[in-house]
Design a protein around this ligand. Structure first.
Ligand code: AHR
Length: 525
């Protein structure tokens, strides 16, 4: 334990012993008798775009690199990601997807053409990390591919052939080509993204124009893997909104309502970043104080309203919630870190970002009946990353630890929580003091995630578990000396989860939450 952290905890204990601090207790109640929607594990998906050092350096170093690797993919990054049980990875973009031509990224690497990544900084792309390398990475981390096909500058034929290359089992020419490239077995493709932000970088299309293309891609871009015909069928995700306007959602859902045997979509994507001061992103990812912390959290909580608006439209066309709302880009977007290429979207990742991640995951869990998939942007070295690398060095960010702490929530059943959250005021910004979700996992454990948004005071949680008796209870807390505390290559364990004292007795749970912290409690019945 660092000295600063020990001092903070000491102060917390001292404050709590003072008379008057009882007022800082937040009461909440969990009702295990009313199970809600499943918190789909795909809500904890990731996004790995060909952008900056996200793929190259962050994941791919090449087989000849002195950095320990397996077939060119960094071992340290793979080991860290395996801990997160990443359910799906979206690739190759983002804006990059609509200018990617997959054929340039297959076959012997020394014969692949160099191209320009004009989506992100006009850097030269060797195409060394292509389809087979991505699939190898997916297999190494134990995940599922979510492939975005090129609608903006590609054709349905190009996309259909890509899917055939990846998934055909029959001895078609493309299946043979894949086998010649070392992969006789067809790959499983879990999710297909039909374009990306087609209203903007994906081709500045009108909703009507996109909907026409979406039907064609849905009809002809097929998964041919025999193992995915009946079970684990590939889900097709259409482009959805990136602003609170519901026009795009209306157009896609109206078309979906009238879909025939010949085409279908299973999901509608939604992109929403937390850009606290608006575009272009200007908040510093390291040098900031409590005012910026509070306004960032305020901005992130808008996700809830955004989802509600889109869900209301989806409900009118699809009350049975067959089409999932897929938040396949979300997270904090700060100013580029000083000294980095601004097109590489490099930012540090602080305790603030960890709290922000927990709040978004909690929102998704509360919307789990409709929101069954999400992808944080992005996985390594880009935006709100899990992992930062510098040559042979690697550091895990506070956001990484939130995803790790939330692993037990994957596929757990949500349980209703009622609480009087109180208010944390900072200047004009007013936030709920506490945020909480609860769930029951497959092993019958009761899970609680408790976030104290208040960066200036601890809070005591007094939770009524409706008679749940506990054999044992454990808690892990992510807290830090300051909201802008970060992990660096020199000090990688500044913000890491630590065990926290929790008591469960007579159906009541008691725990003290440190300022600006996230705690996950697991109760064994
Ligand atoms: O994640 C970075 C970019 O943000 C993506 O490429 C694009 O889809 C979005 O605008």
């Amino acid at each position: 334990m660092t000295r600063r952290y020990a001092v903070v905890l000491g102060l917390v204990a001292l404050l709590l012993s003072l008379p008057g601090y009882a007022a800082d207790t937040v009461h909440l109640a969990v009702d295990p008798s009313k199970p809600g929607a499943r918190i789909d594990r795909n809500l904890f998906g990731q996004f790995a775009e060909n952008l900056g050092q996200g793929l190259y350096e962050g994941i791919w170093v090449g087989p000849d690199s002195p950095i320990p690797n397996t077939r060119g993919i960094r071992n340290d990054v793979v080991a860290a990601l395996r801990e997160l049980k990443v359910p799906n990875v979206r690739w190759p973009g983002g804006c990059f997807a609509d200018q990617y031509h997959w054929r340039k990224g297959i076959g012997p690497r020394d014969k692949r053409p160099a191209t320009v990544n004009s989506a992100w900084g006009d850097v030269i792309d060797t195409n060394a990390f292509g389809t087979d390398e991505f699939m190898d990475f997916i297999q190494q981390i134990g995940s599922t591919p979510y492939v975005s096909v090129n609608v903006g500058s590609g054709t349905p034929q190009e996309a259909a052939e890509w899917l055939e290359y990846m998934t055909a089992a029959a001895p078609t020419a493309l299946a043979r080509e894949r086998a010649a490239n070392g992969h006789p077995e067809p790959y499983r493709v879990g999710f297909l993204g039909i374009g990306n932000e087609s209203w903007d970088c994906g081709g500045a299309m009108s909703p009507e124009y996109y909907v026409s293309l979406m039907k064609v891609y849905s009809r002809f871009v097929l998964n041919m893997n025999p193992a995915q015909r009946e079970h684990e069928q590939m889900l097709k995700i259409a482009v959805g909104p990136g602003t609170p306007s519901t026009q795009w959602t209306e157009a896609v859902m109206q078309a979906w309502k009238q879909h025939t045997w010949s085409w279908n979509i299973n999901g509608l994507s939604l992109h929403w970043y937390t850009v606290p001061k608006g575009w272009p992103p200007s908040t510093d990812s390291v040098k900031f104080g409590l005012d910026d912390y509070a306004s960032s959290l305020k901005a992130t909580l808008f996700m809830d309203e955004f989802l509600r608006k889109q869900e209301a439209v989806m409900d009118t066309y699809d009350p049975e919630k067959k089409v999932t709302l897929t938040v396949d880009e979300w997270g904090a977007w700060h100013a580029p870190l000083a000294g980095t290429n601004p097109a590489f979207l490099v930012q540090q990742n602080s305790m603030r970002d960890a709290v922000l991640a927990a709040l978004n995951l909690n929102i998704f869990a509360r919307h789990a009946a409709r929101v069954r998939m999400a992808n944080i942007a992005q996985m390594v070295n880009v935006l709100q990353a899990m992992i930062l690398t510098d040559k042979e060095k690697m550091v895990l960010t506070p956001t990484y630890y939130i995803f790790k702490m939330y692993v037990p929530f994957q596929d757990a059943t949500s349980l209703p929580v009622t609480l009087d959250a109180g208010t944390y005021s900072r200047g004009n910004v007013k936030l709920p003091r506490v945020d909480a979700i609860a769930a029951r996992d497959a092993a019958g454990r009761l899970l609680l995630s408790l976030t104290n948004l208040d960066a200036e005071s601890p809070v005591v949680i007094d939770a009524d578990l409706a008679g749940v008796t506990a054999k044992s209870a454990t808690a892990q807390t992510l807290a830090a000396a300051a909201v802008n505390s970060v992990n660096t290559f020199a000090a990688p364990a500044t913000v890491v989860p630590r065990a926290t004292a929790v008591t469960v007795h007579g159906g009541k749970l008691n725990i003290t939450l440190a300022p600006a912290s996230v705690t996950v409690v697991a109760i064994e019945p």
